[in-house]
Design a protein around this ligand. Structure first.
Ligand SMILES: [Fe+2]
Length: 300
């Protein structure tokens, strides 16, 4: 689903965000709630948007979401730029919250920041991760975690993407139409080992579980093709078939400043090609279970 916010509406929305920020530099729960209420005023029918995430293809592509009037140069160390305001952050957090997904973070990832700077970091370029530049294969975020602890949604906002490294996105429901019932059954069996991602400080923790689950009659997925391994040949073949099926249905989200994509991390996979230059996205996790602004501590 594509939602284009008219320029005039974006301006009014941005002005209201500047109004609540005043001199605040820090994001807190109160500001997120205020931004949520502003989002509810300017977004089109919110129930339709929620249904699309929960029961439709699982993603919404927004254009013209308010960001800061001035965007400083890309932070090459991956930490929050001190020169930057917090308008884009409040947009991303407020919209996620307005759609029913509470922004939260993990203490073990990026020091618990609620909004992550997705930028190439010099020392991490060769690691397939949100701070790398090498190609990043399809995955769902935090695939190794229990469903209640995983992000149910991801929100990605563009501040800069000079060399047009889009984000690849695919809907599970479309991919599953391309594989057999037998392969789906295999993917639902506990025949896979998932390793924690490089951005989590949890000592590359491993868990033995399935790739697909069926919750309330709807298929969900947990996978990171660079970090998930089938424990026998049948499991590996089914995983390869799922990758081929995703290749058939995937599309590329091209980024311009003010583009925001919110997608269901249980029902969509994402990835990207090699990052060739200046690129700055921001990300937040959303949960329908974990309360707003929680910094989760993972016990490993
Ligand atoms: Fe990711």
């Amino acid at each position: 689903m594509k939602i284009v916010i008219p320029h005039k509406v974006c301006q009014l929305w941005q002005e209201e965000l500047y109004g609540i920020v005043e001199n605040a530099k820090e994001i807190n729960k109160e500001l997120i709630i205020m931004s949520k209420e502003i989002s509810e005023k300017f977004l089109p029918d919110i129930q339709i948007l929620r249904d699309e995430i929960n029961y439709g293809k699982g993603y919404i592509q927004f254009t013209n979401i308010p960001i800061d009037k001035t965007i400083p140069s890309v932070p090459t160390d991956g930490t929050v730029s001190k020169e930057k305001g917090i308008i884009s952050e409040l947009s991303i957090l407020g919209i996620s919250n307005a759609l029913g997904f509470n922004p939260f973070s993990y203490k073990e990832e990026k020091d618990g920041a609620l909004v992550h700077e997705i930028v190439p970091v010099k020392s991490k370029e060769d690691i397939p991760s949100s701070n790398g530049t090498v190609e990043f294969d399809y995955h769902t975020d935090a695939a190794y975690l229990n469903r209640n602890l995983r992000p149910h949604t991801l929100s990605l906002m563009c501040l800069a993407d000079k060399y047009k490294t889009g984000t690849r996105l695919a809907s599970l429901s479309e991919a599953l139409e391309k594989i057999s019932e037998a392969e789906i059954d295999t993917l639902m069996s506990k025949l896979y080992v998932h390793t924690a991602p490089a951005t989590f400080n949890v000592n590359l923790k491993k868990v033995n579980t399935s790739v697909l689950d069926r919750i309330d009659g709807i298929y969900e997925m947990k996978v990171a093709f660079h970090n998930t391994i089938g424990i026998n040949e049948k499991a590996q073949k089914a995983l390869a078939s799922l990758h081929d099926a995703i290749d058939e249905v995937v599309f590329t989200q091209e980024w311009n400043p003010g583009n925001l994509v919110i997608f269901n991390n249980l029902r969509c996979v994402h990835g990207r090609g090699e990052v060739k230059g200046e690129r700055w996205l921001q990300r937040c996790y959303g949960s329908s279970i974990i309360p707003t602004a929680t910094v989760l501590e993972l016990t490993c």
